[in-house]
Design a protein around this ligand. Structure first.
Ligand code: BMA
Length: 841
């Protein structure tokens, strides 16, 4: 009996062993431990973090103060003028050292770096966006090895090259250095020109052969079948018979055996998926991913393996001449989709401080806010793989700029060759991500050259020479690389297609409309200047008091304090905010009131813009506002601040980007009720409209049964304004709208008949209740009168389900506060509203 049991256990163990996935014989290891750094002209080595940068290492050793606090940015500027060195000692285990080939991989060196392995110079780099793979078995020893990396000051190197440079081009000396543009400061960013090993260092040890790269492409998709192709790039050391196989859920989809000679090979394998589940964007369906294993085997042993998550879908950018000009919209799986999103910048000046949690939190906010596209803007970085993986998983399309913004870059051979490598590598790294929708050459350079007077600042001859560099880079090198390496995707040379000085910008391509903000035009102009696709528009606001206190303490809480001014990088920023406040509200003296109103102003303004764009479907198909996030705590155009705290705008965006939107427009005596649907199907619905006064008295109401057309914007009801409101005081009434589908409210909106600042708002008491739920605290709020833009704050860490909302009279509003705090009571919350503020006047 016992014997039988033992046999069973033995069989069980055998089964477990045989089911365990075979691991490939090639090995990849991180070499991120044991690093030290020093200033080149010092003798003191200190521990360093890799991946990392010089500023965070200096910070860890208390040699500099946190640059984001107070005015510390100023006192750390010396760091950019020094040279820095990093070193590590390492020993290779026998199983690595005995491999035939050992590669050292540097995924990112920022920026002017010389790398020495055991005293031999193995890399000279001047581009932070390039990955280096160096074969170095010959230089490695089985004993101790040392890596030393010397970083030259990027500023001194840039200035040195600049001395020789023949043209004083826009962008200045930084254009000569392939480094993130925002490191040198931006109108929302601190100047922190850092250096260091910003991406991982790895060792790849291999025998026999390796897979260099896999490219998945789509031949055709139908309901029954998706025909796909995998292109294997392999590097063979030992010639012989090899098998290439593609697996899904451990089932082989295709396999091929062939003889490879020594050297690099490119091999295509087709494979099919029956009844493919398509990849859809957030809001339209599941972003379904197939996890494929691509294997390279020899003598029945897996030598190398790459696992790739792939979404089956088509994305097209449709640019077709029409009666107005030229369209600019995206079709996903053959369906035109309105793009709702924002411009994304790096999440920190120091990339190593951005954790996986930060990426997850950011993408979660993007999804919750009903977005389906982000533009990775050209003055930052090509993001890391995790960012794109999260976008793949969550159905967020990416408009990917190459890293060029607001400057004229050189056209000499060395520069262009280097950029060619950068471009090719990044296309190859990112092209398998279903989230990538478009490659875009640069940010605003074409616009600036033609519309901002850049070209006319030079003689005709110089101007032609400078432009020919631009032409080669953005009209030859980059599109050539794309058509070779990623032919299924479109390329857009520069965003916007036309600058706002050019009247064509409203009729052709994508547009950056900055008449509002930069030219101080009223927000209402968003309704007059609707383009085909809005890829930038924005307005600044102050971050919350909690965020401000983190960098300004309690003693600088005044918009003109030195600290606050050092965290406002736009030269006319505060002036413009005040100007618009005067126009739309008041300019409050109290700092907290000012923060509140600056956020509300931004939120109302951008909401107006978003609604105008969405109403204009199918003329316009996109709304990407400037900007989603911040890279340090600052006054800026962002909708979430550096700590990912929601500004008023984020709450407004969430509603304005909902698949169903109710929006109002007025024309003389007519008030139009528009319904916009981004859903693909028609739906039976009920639109409920009620006119009430601020004490809750119902004055008029109507309920309209209708079918909402999928993927359309249409007027569903028109009021005669005179008839509707003539009996009432316009400053005391509001029209509320609710859209019901299958008995639940899918969208709601309010229309006021005078501007907010002319409303008769009284400061009245709120009735409040709080209770603890399993994952949040529930606040039940009520008031006998309308409360306009009720803003709830607390200094406990957490997030509100809604904020800055209008509380209707005598109606309970339930707000959830998500927090890890154990206990909280009503005294911990503060309430501010337009009622309080305007009745203070
Ligand atoms: C846009 C961007 C940025 C800038 C922003 C606000 O055009 O491309 O260059 O930060 O304007 O001025």
């Amino acid at each position: 009996m016992l014997k039988f049991k033992q046999i069973l256990i033995f069989i069980g163990i055998l089964l477990v062993i045989s089911c365990k996935k075979e691991t490939p014989s090639n090995i990849t290891l991180n070499l991120n431990e044991n690093w030290e750094f020093k200033q080149s002209d010092s003798l003191i080595w200190r521990s360093a973090e890799v991946p990392g940068c010089i500023h965070t290492d200096l910070l860890k050793h208390k040699i500099i103060k946190e640059p984001f606090i107070g005015t510390n940015e100023d006192i750390v500027q010396w760091v950019e003028n020094k040279d820095w060195e990093y070193k590590t000692d390492f020993k290779l285990s026998e199983n690595i050292f005995n491999k035939e080939k050992i590669d050292l991989i540097f995924e990112g060196l920022d920026t002017y770096a010389k790398v020495y392995l055991n005293d031999s110079l193995i890399i000279t780099s001047n581009n932070m966006f390039i990955t280096y793979v160096i074969e170095c078995k010959d230089i490695l020893t089985s004993d101790n090895n040392q890596l030393l990396i010397v970083f030259k000051s990027p500023v001194n190197e840039g200035l040195y090259l600049w001395e020789e440079y023949p043209y004083n081009v826009p962008g200045g000396y930084k254009v000569l250095t392939r480094k993130a543009g925002f490191h040198y400061g931006w109108d929302w960013g601190a100047r922190l020109v850092t250096s260091g090993i910003w991406r991982p260092v790895k060792i790849h040890a291999w025998n026999t052969a390796k897979i260099n790269n896999i490219q998945i492409s789509t031949d055709s998709i139908s309901e029954n079948l998706a025909k796909l192709k995998a292109s294997y790039d392999t590097d063979i050391f030992t010639e012989g018979k090899y098998s290439l196989s593609i697996k899904y859920n451990d089932k082989i989809l295709n396999t091929q055996t062939m003889f490879f000679e020594q050297g690099e090979h490119s091999t295509d394998l087709t494979f099919h998926i029956k009844e493919p589940k398509l990849w859809w964007t957030n809001g339209l369906g599941e972003a379904f991913l197939y996890k494929f294993d691509f294997e390279l085997s020899k003598d029945n042993k897996i030598i190398d393996l790459k696992t790739i998550s792939h979404g089956i879908r088509t994305v097209e950018l449709v640019k077709e001449k029409d009666e107005y000009g030229e369209s600019f919209y995206f079709k996903l799986n053959n369906v035109p989709v309105f793009m709702k999103g924002a411009n994304y910048i790096p999440q920190d000046n120091f990339q190593n401080r951005v954790t996986k949690k930060d990426y997850e939190k950011l993408i979660q906010i993007v999804c919750e806010s009903n977005m389906n596209m982000l533009r990775v803007w050209g003055g930052g970085i090509y993001e890391n793989d995790y960012f794109y993986e999260l976008c793949d998983k969550n159905g967020i399309l990416i408009w990917q700029d190459f890293m060029f913004a607001c400057a004229m870059y050189p056209g000499n051979i060395d520069f262009l060759e280097d950029v060619n490598t950068e471009v090719k590598q990044n296309i190859k790294r990112l092209r398998n991500h279903p989230c990538i929708a478009l490659w875009c050459g640069n940010n605003e350079i074409d616009e600036a050259w033609h519309n901002w007077g850049w070209s006319s600042a030079f003689s005709k001859e110089d101007s032609a020479k400078i432009y020919s560099g631009y032409d080669t880079l953005f009209h030859k090198i980059i599109p050539n690389a794309i058509s070779k390496l990623d032919p299924s995707r479109k390329y857009h040379p520069s965003s916007p297609q036309y600058g706002r000085g050019n009247h064509l910008s409203q009729y052709y391509g994508d547009s950056h409309y900055w008449g509002i903000w930069h030219d101080a035009e009223p927000f209402e102009n968003y309704e007059l200047k609707v383009p085909r696709f809005m890829s930038e528009f924005g307005f600044q606001s102050f971050p919350s008091l909690n965020t401000i206190k983190k960098f300004a303490g309690d003693d600088n809480l005044n918009i003109d304090s030195e600290v606050m001014l050092s965290h406002q990088k736009h030269p006319r920023g505060n002036k413009l905010i005040k100007k618009y406040l005067e126009e739309y509200y008041i300019v409050p003296e109290d700092f907290e009131d000012f923060i509140f109103l600056s956020q509300l102003l931004q939120a109302e303004g951008i909401k107006l813009g978003i609604e105008a764009l969405r109403r204009s479907k199918p003329y316009c198909w996109g709304s990407l506002y400037w900007q989603l996030n911040d890279c340090w705590p600052v006054v800026s155009w962002s909708s979430i601040d550096y700590y990912k705290e929601w500004k008023a705008l984020q709450y407004f965006v969430k509603k304005a980007y909902n698949n169903y939107l109710i929006s109002f427009t007025k024309d003389n005596d007519s008030l139009y009720v528009h319904l916009i649907s981004d859903e693909l199907e028609n739906k039976e619905a009920v639109l409920q409209l009620s006119l009430i006064d601020f004490k809750g008295k119902l004055l008029d109401s109507i309920s309209i049964k209708t079918e909402i057309k999928g993927n359309q914007s249409k007027v569903y009801y028109t009021y005669n304004l005179n008839q509707l409101i003539q009996k009432y005081d316009k400053s005391e009434i509001v029209l509320t709208a609710n859209l019901f589908i299958e008995n639940s409210v899918v969208s709601d909106a309010k229309y006021y008949f005078v501007e907010s600042k002319f409303l008769s708002l009284e400061d009245v008491n709120l009735s409040l209740k709080i209770s603890k739920l399993s994952n949040s605290f529930e606040l039940i709020i009520m008031s006998a009168q309308l409360n306009k833009n009720l803003y709830i704050t607390t200094n406990k860490e957490g997030r509100f389900s809604d904020n800055f909302f209008d509380l209707l009279p005598n109606k309970e509003k339930r707000i959830y506060f998500y927090s890890n705090t154990k206990d909280i009571n009503l005294k911990d919350f503060k309430f501010l509203s337009l009622n309080k503020l305007l009745s203070k006047k």
